[in-house]
Design a protein around this ligand. Sequence first.
Ligand code: HEM
Length: 529
Amino acid sequence: MFDAFHDWRLLAAALLVVFIASRVIKLRNGVIAVGSIPGLRVPFEQLTLPGVVLPAFKWNPGLRLTWDQRLNFYRRWNSETVSIVPFLVGKPAIYTSSPDVMRQLVSGGPNTPWAKPDISARTTNAWGDNVLSSNQPMWRTHRRVMGPAFTQSATYSLVWDSAVRVYRDMTASEGWDARDSVSLPVTQALTFKFALNVLLISGFGIPVSWDADEEKAAAQGITIQRALKTYTDNVTFFLFAPEFMYKLPFRWTRYMAATRQFLGDYMRNQITERRADIRGGAAVNKDVFSLLVAANEEEENVQLKDSEVMGNVFSLLFAGHETTANTMTAVLGLIGLYPQAQEDMYEEIIKVVGHDREPVFEDFGKLPKVLAVLYESVRLFPSGYLMWREALEDTVLRIPNADGSLQDVVIRAGTQAIIDVIGMEYNPKHFPDPYKFDPGRWQGVSSEADAATAWSIGPRQCIGRKFATVEIVCFLVLLVRDWHVEPVLRKGELAEEWRERIMIAEPALSLGTKDMPVLLRKRSRGGAL
Ligand code: HEM
């Protein structure tokens, strides 16, 4: 006869059987969804809350997977495209390091079955729908209205001039001009501020200064420079925090709420003012924000709402600040490690710009060695390290096999596709000896070539690619002309050991490295130290 205890045990056993059966079915359906592409079978997919929050171990690949496994993940299955199928939490996903598969996923035509998933869109449209988060057909409108700001050479001339201005402001404020060496214990502190200031001047049309007195600003209440700095310093909070957190009675959360309110009011007023100026016949400023408002005024089909204009302006901060700053940091680390590449850049800079004059935008196209160093650094540290898509319907992907033949694979609706940019940039088929820092591989590659896949390709490729390239090239011209960059090594440490210790990727919203200590040593006129 069954007593209550036995009943309970029976029920628990039955529930366990149902649970296990449901997980087996989930796994089986997942394998079918990814077209039986081989790969990992794990409890959580890496882009789920437990996948991100729990420590990485054999069964939880975690966010670091694509960096830690960059040299052997795809080799294990002898394919450029593999799958990760979770049996507890998350959707089945394919991961690809193949530029050919990427091309199919990001082609972005009006009938594309591949869309940015809701979750990735929701996180970036806190201010309003925008080019970064939207899908067809609205994406096309955003991109069309954003277009003029990113196709005019006047924009890039302004980016270049802003970079010169910020650099001069920085060296004067930091007292570099009177010093023979400058130690940067955390290079990121400099690059993040530099990239933010250039973006505020040429992207937002907001004049900012390097030594804006934080304390004085605090006494004045919130200023736009301070609010935008608070925003970029706490971007993860602003993107992910649920509404109730802004209402918590803590000083910090109250400050976050006040900053958000300030930024919203400021931007709405700016849109109204800039629109009134344009309607009144005033000349349009050349910053991206003003050009965006002007293009929206001229839009004949679907005009963007004010919230969408605001969403697009903020998408520049989200997509353009950390990515650029992390890339600048990686470049400094790499040229510190590889002095020959730095000397080649120096010689080119002196040949083109010389010692005495200020570099001008016309110099940009004459510096292939500087550009090559930048491209090689973005390859080794692609700050936009994942591109995320989801199949809206059952669809066929054409996947290259190891022997070069092609295989058509049916991918089911709801399956995720992750373009693993790190995997692609370390793919030996496309970049032989991928771990090697070799700017020579970019010799003769133009600043807009598709070969630089770290910016994506096709109609949905990074709209800010030239913005970042112009800014970083200008920064390098100014810095390397005056200073020799060196890694700060521990006693007895070799350069390669420094690379292993410091140049480890830190994947977050974008891909950074560990806090990077470098030393700048002033060059004499002839370039000698
Ligand atoms: C080194 C710096 C940068 C890198 C490596 C980078 C990389 C990328 C990548 C890979 C994408 C494609 C994302 C996807 O399709 O899922 C992208 C898109 C985008 N980037 Fe960048 N980016 C950089 C700098 C910038 C800058 C400076 C801006 C703005 C000033 C910017 C604005 C955007 C925008 C708005 C998009 C969305 C474009 C669209 O979907 O049509 N990026 N970026």
